[in-house]
Design a protein around this ligand. Sequence first.
Ligand code: MRU
Length: 343
Amino acid sequence: MIIDTIRWNKTNVKLIDQRLLPGELKYVECFTDKDIYEAIKKMKVRGAPAIGVAGAYGVYLGARESKAKDIANFKKDLKKTIKYLAAARPTARNLFWALEEMEKVIIKYQDKSISLVKNMLFKKANDILKEDIKICRTLGKHGAKLFKKNSTVLTHCNAGGLATGGYGTALGVILSAAKKIKQVYADETRPVLQGGRLTVWELVKYKIPVILICDNMAASRMAEGKINAVVVGADRISSNGDTANKIGTYNLAILAKYHKIPFYVAAPVSTFDLLSKTGKDISIEERSPDEVRKMGNKNLTVKNVRVENPSFDVTPVKLITAIITERGVIQRPTRTKIKKVIE
Ligand code: MRU
């Protein structure tokens, strides 16, 4: 099952406005790099691989708008576009990876005409999207082998088709293992509710049994033996395996360790950041306090109370049972094992 999270639409990029789900399935059209920047920043499109794909199309749209008459000025325009798009969100490695891939195309064809570079950038963005779907399917197949019959699995945030080109990482594993999965527990995932809104929406669509729980309920479900495994996605993985993912992932990893439940991270190779030595090197996005203070327009607390709202946390590698990638499963990840698979 593939979700059309983000697609090329004749003259523009069409993407699902994920802020409106599950109430409304509405698409927005992006015609410029500014539209893509806004879509990423405001989380119309979210999830590490999906914002990578969006970023790639953003570079093409920026190239399309350039009025440069010679390749040197065209390159200058593109440099600005890439810098601009890179500032949309800081944590997901895939955005930066995709922008770097687009930059390689510019460098490769810098001796050619502007129109050829534009065509090659368009092709590359389409390839990144197509590849992502393929990669997630492969990753899903590798991950599915880790599950026994009648498994019950907990996931956090949304690492599904909506967070990628259409198939999903953690949910891709669950989809691929669907015949062996008796029950999925979905964490609600405060404050943006990606679990409650998006993961539940996807799992209902796939007809995979799902139970929604609030984030603070996982421990009690584990203690009662209701959860056999945890599988989550990732926004950035350091070279030692420390993993940044949606805030609350670290809590689950600690709980899983205490209850002797395997804790799996599912992510494509493009999520690894070999330049970051440990999780300490990962920049964690701080989002608006109103995400915590309010639900829609309704105040949930005392107006203007001080809030901290880190969007991600880092799970230390020692809490991770395995990292599932398209190149295979890295059991008990270490720097050496990661290097061998990723490089
Ligand atoms: O803030 P978001 O919704 O972009 O955060 C998304 C996550 O944390 C996902 O779990 C992660 O990107 C993996 S998506 C395949």
